[in-house]
Design a protein around this ligand. Structure first.
Ligand code: IPE
Ligand code: IPE
Ligand code: MG
Length: 268
């Protein structure tokens, strides 16, 4: 398996176009309410926005798109909304796979899938298998996902498989067990709908992501809105703990980026 570098262990290379964008798609319910429609109509419209966001990433060379579709806390919603969301998820999986396949998109679903009924679990596995060989864009959908669940499941699996290291586990030991081990860390985090919180999304993986919040509701998050988020990202200075002057020197090629004290000595 390819392993991706950790932003806290090595300073990542950055580019103008974010390599990985992670989005909390929020505001479907409010979009529907404004139009006197049932909440589920907002979720249906939201699926169209997902299609548009996938097209945007394919067109702009963004290699990884991760979307928060259903959180581990969303089971607290009224039962009828939860059940309609599950139906919508199943339908989207059935309808979209051939198009994803044709467009070179690899689909991954992350989260505690054991809570879903058996037919939905089968649909998920089939969709992942059908698109596994694609490499233009990795689309990850987080479903029954929670950042704390992710860390705890990873710790449990790591501890079971590496009991010999008891008390000496490192970040690098844990990383392969996290749900997003198939992707680099997100560069850009977007939340639509106006709330400024991460609602238990990728707690570990967002360590050095740039955050972008917009009041635009998810069903209205079109390619122009996506452009604004990317433009904001392009203005950020990603220091990863260093100071501005070091970045400027790095760009001149006069100083190599030092990671940890040991590396600093090596470069001196
Ligand atoms: C996000 O939209 C979609 C899901 C959480 C499934 P919401 O349903 O949270 O929409 P608002 O926040 O009520 O407008
Ligand atoms: C977060 O949205 C989860 C998803 C978008 C799937 P919520 O709308 O559920 O978040 P809170 O409850 O407002 O924090
Ligand atoms: Mg919401």
């Amino acid at each position: 398996m390819v392993s991706f570098k950790s932003s806290t262990r090595t300073i990542p290379e950055t580019a103008r176009i974010p390599r990985h964008v992670a989005i909390i798609m929020d505001g479907n319910g409010r979009w529907a309410k404004k139009r006197f429609l049932p909440r589920i109509a907002g979720h249906s419209r939201g699926v169209e926005t997902v299609r548009e966001a996938v097209r945007y990433c394919l067109g702009h060379g963004i290699g990884y798109l991760t979307l928060f579709a259903f959180s581990s806390e969303n089971w607290r919603r009224p039962a009828d909304e939860v059940s309609l969301l599950m139906q919508l998820f199943s339908r989207a999986l059935m309808q979209e796979v051939s198009e994803l396949k044709a467009n070179g998109v690899r689909l991954r679903i992350v989260g505690d899938l054991s809570r879903f009924d058996a037919p939905l679990q089968t649909l998920i596995r089939t969709a992942e298998q059908a698109t596994a060989a694609n490499d233009k864009l990795t689309l990850t959908v987080a479903a029954n996902y929670g950042g704390r669940w992710d860390i705890v499941q990873a710790v449990n699996r790591m501890a079971a498989e590496h009991s010999e290291k008891q008390g000496r586990w490192t970040e690098d030991d844990l990383a392969p067990y996290l749900a997003m081990n198939h992707a680099p860390e997100p560069d850009l985090f977007i939340r639509t709908g106006g709330e400024e919180r991460i609602s238990n999304f990728l707690l570990w993986q967002l360590a050095y992501a740039e955050f972008y919040f917009t009041a635009t509701l998810w069903p209205e998050f079109d390619s122009k809105a996506f452009d604004l988020a990317v433009a904001s990202y392009q203005k950020r200075e990603r220091r990863f703990g260093r100071v501005s002057e070091q970045l400027a020197a790095d760009a001149d090629g006069t100083v190599a980026g030092a990671d940890r004290p040991a590396d600093a000595k090596r470069h001196a």
